[in-house]
Design a binder for this molecule. Structure first.
Ligand SMILES: Cc1ncc(COP(=O)(O)O)c(C=O)c1O
Length: 363
């Protein structure tokens, strides 16, 4: 078989190390904590799990390709029309559909600041697109530079707020400046995967109504605060024209039946979201406090993860933590050679993480 060079250059996505894999490496009875993939440490909403149980018998049926009931519920919750919503097999799939639908010409360019969510790059490379990555400035999107780099070929701009892996946000008026600058053939993607955490912060501005612009799509997910990462379901909100285009390239049954049922139930469980966000707030305070005591620099986060700088080789610290059963993410591959990203866990997980980190750093 022969594939083109750009396919040969791709590397499979490396996620956080799975717990089972580390258990096999360290011995099966080891206690492992995974704070590497920004999942909800409280787990899924009980209501969602109950809905999955109830629907399990129906999995011999194809799912509803239009997510009819879920869309209806989401439309009521958000106060947008049903034809302004699309669901995907994770927001990852929506990112891919966006590329597939809108970046179809050879000269199309993709623009974003980096480090950010790595999938923008990986999918772009898989589509052999020209990618313009501008450096973050002080861990934040550099909107001036971004605007300067917009040209007639810019086809997709990814704005990630809060930004993974830094946890920083983009101000609403900066996002508006980007939207004003682009021409009608450029789609501005506002990726709010961590929305439920961010919106509880005093200075996080609601962005939902920006979907009323003709060339904006807002992405959110059930993988983070809703605790449904394993089911793979995310959604996009945009003008019906954009949603219509994406529906043309979407696989027919992209969101599975259990995911649809669980998401419907999860939308009714605001208590679970509130508890999850509160636990995150407490965990964040605890980690800030401990980092301060240890003299570790960190970036103030609007999300459920923290980027912190150990001033030592991040890969070394990552490996040493692994040996102690703690999975975090080294940020060396993102250019932050001495920084790691930790997902905020339960209070107990956070304590274990800090204790192991102290052992590794010898403080
Ligand atoms: C910024 C951002 N966008 C999108 C995603 C993908 O989420 P999903 O699980 O819905 O595919 C993630 C997951 O880590 C993320 O951090």
């Amino acid at each position: 078989m022969i594939v083109e060079d750009f396919i040969l250059r791709l590397k499979p996505y490396e996620g956080g190390k799975p717990i089972e894999e580390l258990k096999r490496e360290l011995g099966l009875d080891s206690e492992i904590i995974k704070l590497a993939s920004n999942e909800n440490p409280l787990g899924a909403s009980r209501k969602a799990v109950e809905a999955i149980r109830k629907s399990a018998e129906n999995v011999y049926l194809y799912p509803d390709g239009n997510s009819y009931y879920l869309k209806k519920k989401m439309s009521e919750k958000l106060g947008v029309e049903e034809d302004n919503i699309i669901f995907g097999n994770g927001s990852d799939e929506l990112l891919e559909l966006i590329y597939r639908t809108f970046a179809t010409k050879k000269e199309d360019e993709i623009l974003y600041c980096y480090p950010t969510f790595i999938e923008y790059k990986l999918i772009g490379m898989a589509f052999n697109k020209k990618i313009k990555e501008l450096p973050l400035k002080n861990y934040r999107y550099d909107i001036d530079a971004l605007i300067e780099n917009i040209n007639e070929n810019t086809r997709i701009i990814f704005l990630n707020t809060p930004n993974n892996p830094t946890g920083t946000i983009i101000k609403r008026n900066d996002i508006e400046s980007v939207i004003e600058k682009v021409n009608s053939s450029c789609l501005v993607v506002i990726d709010e995967a961590y929305y439920e955490y961010a919106i509880k912060e005093d200075d996080y501005e609601e962005l939902l109504d920006l979907y009323k612009n003709n060339n904006v799509i807002i992405l959110r997910t059930f993988s983070k605060a809703y605790g449904l990462a394993g089911l793979r379901i995310g959604y996009g909100i945009a003008q019906s024209e954009i949603i219509g285009f994406l529906n043309r390239t979407k696989p027919p049954f992209n969101v599975n039946l259990l995911a649809q049922e669980a998401a419907i139930a999860a939308l009714d469980d605001s208590e679970h979201i509130n508890k999850s966000v509160e636990l995150n707030r407490q965990g964040k305070e605890f980690l800030y406090y401990e980092f301060n005591k240890m003299g570790i620099d960190y970036v103030k986060t609007y999300s459920n993860f923290i980027l912190f700088d150990v001033k030592k080789d991040a890969n070394y610290v990552y490996e040493e933590l692994l040996k102690k059963g703690v999975i975090v993410r080294s940020m060396a591959g993102y250019g932050y050679k001495t920084s790691l990203r930790v997902t905020i866990g339960t209070l107990k997980e956070n304590e274990i993480f800090i204790n192991r980190l102290k052992e590794v750093l010898g403080v």
